[in-house]
Write a protein that binds this ligand. Structure first.
Ligand code: ADP
Ligand code: ADP
Length: 226
């Protein structure tokens, strides 16, 4: 069955200029293990949809279901990666990756092993004790990815994760993400404004239209991975 169901999701913002319709009746599903990219022009509501998927804000109407349960807040079955990394600057690579495991009552030994495995998986062995400020953008995003994977979520949610790195690093990270996805079998929902990136990465691309202030069209295209 499907992992994520977005059911008739609408979002309105009230501003001084009046009501802004950011999303109108969005509806689609993501199957277990699929890599789906959500793509669309600036202002079409991608970030809004992402924040609703992640449980960071409520929809005005409709709901998001993850493995059959309504999403009302970020939960342990989702790993979230933002464009701006959002690492804890006062924590080392190791500590950042371990963050999600702190709440879980994982035995210390197992936790250490798991953190090391993830650090290796994202290619940061040797940087365990480094602080974020000593790392390049690409490396910081690798830490964020490892941290998101630490809790072993079924869903990986990524919002323009490679938007802040240079083109060469981006390509490297894209290739690494595909490998990690194939290795871990996670369901991935990846938001980007870059059509080329979407087509390179995804099994399926969900296109959001830029129909200002009203219902967005969603077109699904099946693409062949290169
Ligand atoms: P995208 O991520 O695709 O650029 P957004 O989700 O950021 O799109 O924005 C969708 C629409 O909602 C835009 O018209 C934007 O101006 C509006 N919007 C987003 N956040 C807010 C907010 N907090 N208050 C008012 N309007 C907002
Ligand atoms: P960005 O381009 O965002 O600065 P990169 O991830 O490409 O980030 O890293 C830039 C440089 O940092 C690389 O050329 C390399 O010298 C060093 N670097 C990155 N990742 C590693 C790694 N896993 N091991 C050793 N050095 C690394």
């Amino acid at each position: 069955g499907s992992t994520v169901r977005i059911e008739n999701v609408s979002k309105q913002y009230d501003s001084k200029q009046g009501t802004v319709q950011a999303l109108g009746g969005i509806e689609f599903s993501v199957e277990r293990g699929e890599f789906v990219c959500i793509v669309g022009p600036s202002g079409c509501g991608k970030t809004t949809l992402f924040r609703i998927l992640a449980g960071l804000e409520p929809p005005t109407d409709g709901e998001v279901l993850l493995n059959g349960s309504t999403v009302t807040e970020p939960n342990a079955d989702m790993g979230i990666v933002f464009q701006e990394y959002h690492l804890f600057p006062w924590q080392t690579v190791q500590e950042n990756v371990a963050f999600g495991l702190e709440k879980a009552d994982t035995p210390a030994d197992e936790k250490r092993q798991r953190v090391q495995h993830l650090v290796d998986l994202v290619g940061l062995e040797g940087f365990e004790d480094s602080y974020p400020k000593a790392l390049s953008g690409g490396m910081k995003q690798r830490v964020a990815l490892a941290r998101a994977l630490a809790i072993d979520p079924s869903l990986l949610l990524m919002d323009e994760p490679f938007g802040a790195v240079d083109a060469q690093t981006r390509e490297m990270l894209q290739d690494e993400l595909i490998e990690i996805w194939q290795e871990t079998g996670k369901t991935v929902l990846f938001v980007t404004h870059d059509v080329e990136e979407a087509v390179k990465l995804a099994d399926r691309v969900v296109v959001m239209g830029k129909n200002p202030g009203s219902i967005r069209e969603i077109v699904e295209i099946d693409v062949d991975r290169p």
